[in-house]
Ligand binder design. Structure first.
Ligand code: ADP
Ligand code: MG
Length: 724
């Protein structure tokens, strides 16, 4: 029974794990913060005044950069990196795989004397050509003209990645084809920031406010699971698909609600402190940590930042969490649904709009009914979400997230907005012709003089909403834990820019006739009347909501296969085109790439399920059947009745037969799959392959409950979730 021995070894190894000595943890956050990133302050200190002035224009106002400035900046960067001990640099970019990519170059160049000098020019900084022809391009980049370029993004600071044996400098860059088409997540994000900037500025000027620049702010809360690596490497499904494809529900999961916000286990806390230290050193402002609902599930949240930097930092956060976890013998699972029957992981994308000077445009203040500027931007977001539910759904569509959306603990696949009692009431007042008051919630008395009266928030929370207004920002909760926050942010920025442009047009048209106040009020009334269907403050998990949403005509795109085709609808292509965020080809390429990814991920899952069933589960069950059969035979010879073994023999044999049948059906479906066009293929996967794969799983999970534990080859849920 070799497999079983491995499982027990894994348990012993996990139990005997002890923390490696990992350095000095007298962590002084303020001292180490940003030491591995070249902050603007540090860059400024290294540049001549005139160069800095030009550089700042680029960073703050988005002005174009000239090569002389770039040369000076490159020199300063290289010196900084070398002082820190870096030998190499890389353009760091975000291809449409959703991960990050890098190709390192050393700083050295040969000199006359046959030696080398270190060199790094403005050109090296600004542009790279990493060939990189194997990244998905969705037809934007045929391999015979495979050039791809990376271009420095001066608005996101460079940083160092460390290894015990050396360091290298990473330069955040955009990635585009030879024709200038975006092959990455950063380019459209930067374009969408510009679109939003222009429209918000225009809107603000109507309110008499001038600002240098407007930005979208993003703070993304990251959920993840930790399991011992000993188990991870014994689970082919976790290794290839990132989630368990088989595994029976343990007798105890999250029912007791005792993990959520519980005291953090020591080994996990050591990991968190270490990971957070690395994040601080990279200048990433992580703020909160806690246990999440499912056993083995945790969360980390940063303070919000400019969305472009937040997106880079979010990618880095995932990288660092995964890397540091290994140091503590853990594997960090970012998948949306690593364990069936337990809560999945999301990434709450908190989003707002702010002026460069720090005015949050979604801050309602104490009496929102008097804050027309707030109501203007707030209604604009609601209208944008109503108008483009489909795009928001597309922006979070991938195979992993399908397990969450619409499953019981995550937001449903229906996009709606939760706005709380106070704002709901204000909208009602507005639609009824007058704005008189903001419901104040007063103090919360706790019934004992030793506890203070707490000020109550104006609205309660609603965890079941995919898009919730939480005080002074919206929280897009349907984003998947493994995905980049870039595209959801691109969609938010662009759809809000569009509504603001519509709003401004309408206001400007009516200003003279009606005066500002009246024109504004009329505009908001008209807009809210049209779009208030998107507001839902009730229970998003309930069946009634599914029915109610249908009545309201809201979309309910249950899976990736249902959602992705909406990307190509004319309204959406036109929108991206109008705001120069994506051209038609770029939109199509994304549809192609994400559909391919859907199919590929599912293919990996199907193949892995089959392999596990045939090569691990089947043999275990057969061994047990042999043992049972021998027992039945031998006891019979002795004239003893053995109905226990005989019944078990029947049960396990039947289950094995069912597994065989399910596997045959899966193979048959695969054989018959004929989908040629990618959209058709996605549908076939969704409608036929996934259910067939689930039937195999059911049979395997049944066998897990009946096969002798010491024959079972796979670490079980109980072990993976509770051994820390
Ligand atoms: P809550 O209690 O509503 O969850 P927190 O202040 O704890 O609010 O914030 C949760 C997340 O929202 C954090 O990542 C935080 O940085 C982010 N956040 C707060 N304000 C904003 C904002 N104006 N724009 C974007 N994100 C924000
Ligand atoms: Mg939250």
């Amino acid at each position: 029974m070799p497999h079983t021995q491995l499982r027990y070894d894994a348990l012993a190894a996990a139990r005997n794990w002890s923390p490696a000595k990992t350095g000095d943890f007298n962590m002084q956050i303020t001292e180490i913060f940003g030491e591995n990133t070249l902050t603007l302050e540090a860059l400024k200190a290294r540049l001549p005044k005139s160069i800095w002035a030009e550089m700042k224009k680029t960073i703050v106002e988005g002005a174009e950069l000239n090569i002389k400035v770039a040369d000076s900046v490159a020199l300063a960067m290289k010196e900084w990196a070398r002082e820190k001990g870096a030998t190499h640099y890389t353009h760091w970019f975000q291809p449409l795989t959703g991960a990050t990519a890098e190709k390192h170059d050393s700083f050295i160049t040969p000199n006359q004397g046959g030696g080398v000098v270190s060199e790094f020019s403005g050109k090296d900084l600004i542009q790279g050509e990493p060939d990189a022809s194997s990244f998905p391009s969705g037809g934007l980049r045929p391999t015979f003209e495979a050039r791809g370029y990376t271009a420095w993004d001066p608005t996101s600071p460079v940083f160092l990645i460390e290894n015990p044996n050396g360091k290298y400098m990473c330069i955040p860059t955009a990635f585009a084809s030879w024709k200038g088409e975006a092959l990455d997540h950063k380019t459209p994000l930067l374009r969408s920031i510009e679109a939003l900037n222009q429209q918000v500025k225009r809107a603000l000027s109507l309110f008499g406010i001038k600002t240098k620049r407007v930005l979208a702010t993003v703070g993304a809360e990251q959920e993840y699971f930790l399991i011992d690596q000993e188990f991870f490497y014994r689970r082919p499904d976790l290794m290839t698909a990132g989630r368990t494809l088989v595994g029976a529900k343990p007798p105890r999961g999250q029912e007791l609600d005792d993990h959520y916000f519980g005291s953090i286990p020591d080994r996990v806390l050591s990991f968190m402190l270490d990971a957070e230290r690395e994040l601080y050193r990279l200048g990433i402002p992580v703020k909160t940590r806690h246990n999440e609902v499912a056993p083995g599930q945790f969360e980390l949240a940063p303070m919000f930042e400019d969305c472009n930097i937040a997106a880079d930092h979010q990618q880095l956060t995932m990288i660092i969490l995964k890397k540091i976890a290994k140091k503590y013998g853990f594997e960090c699972l970012m998948h949306e649904k690593p364990f069936d029957g337990l809560n999945g992981s999301g990434k709450h994308l908190n989003w707002s709009i702010s002026t460069k000077e720090g005015m949050n445009l979604l801050e309602p203040g104490d009496s929102p009914h008097e804050n027309m500027q707030f109501l203007f931007f707030f209604s604009a977001v609601l209208r944008a979400v109503y108008k483009h539910q489909d795009l928001l759904r597309v922006s979070i569509a991938h195979a992993g997230n399908d397990h969450r959306l619409g499953a019981n603990e995550a937001p449903p696949a229906i996009i709606s907005a939760y706005i709380g009692e106070q704002l709901e009431d204000i909208i009602k007042q507005l639609l009824n012709g007058g704005l008189k008051k903001s419901i104040q919630s007063g103090l919360l008395g706790l019934g004992t003089p030793v506890l203070p009266d707490l000020p109550k928030h104006a609205g309660d929370r609603n965890r079941t909403s995919p898009f919730a207004f939480t005080g002074n920002k919206f929280e897009f909760r349907a984003v998947g834990s493994s995905q980049s926050v870039s595209f959801p942010t691109v969609v938010l920025n662009t759809i809000v820019a569009e509504t603001l442009e519509d709003y401004c047009g309408e206001l400007e048209k009516n200003l003279d006739k009606k005066g500002f106040e009246k024109a504004l009020k009329d505009l908001l009334v008209k807009s809210l009347k049209e779009t208030q269907k998107i507001i839902f403050n009730g229970d998003g998990y309930s069946d009634e909501w599914q029915k109610e949403a249908k009545k309201r005509g809201l979309l309910n795109l249950k899976t990736t296969a249902d959602a992705l085709p909406y990307l190509l609808h004319k309204k959406n292509v036109d929108l991206f085109l109008k705001y120069k965020v994506l051209n038609e080809k770029e939109v199509h390429s994304r549809y192609e790439i994400w559909s391919e990814q859907y199919v590929t991920n599912l293919t990996i899952e199907v193949d892995t399920t089959e392999a596990i069933a045939k090569t691990m589960v089947y043999p275990a069950a057969v061994r047990y059947i042999n043992e049972l059969a021998a027992a039945v035979r031998d006891t019979k010879k002795l004239g003893i009745k053995n109905s226990g073994a005989a019944n078990m023999l029947k049960t396990v044999t039947n289950a094995l037969n069912s597994l065989g049948k399910a596997l045959d059906e899966l193979a048959e479906i695969q054989r018959k799959m004929k989908g040629q066009a990618i959209g058709e293929k996605c549908m076939e996967y969704k409608e036929k392959l996934i259910p067939a794969m689930n039937s195999v799983r059911d049979a395997v999970d049944f066998l897990e409950r009946y096969t002798a534990d010491d024959y079972w080859p796979l670490p079980v849920y109980r072990e993976m979730l509770f051994v820390k």
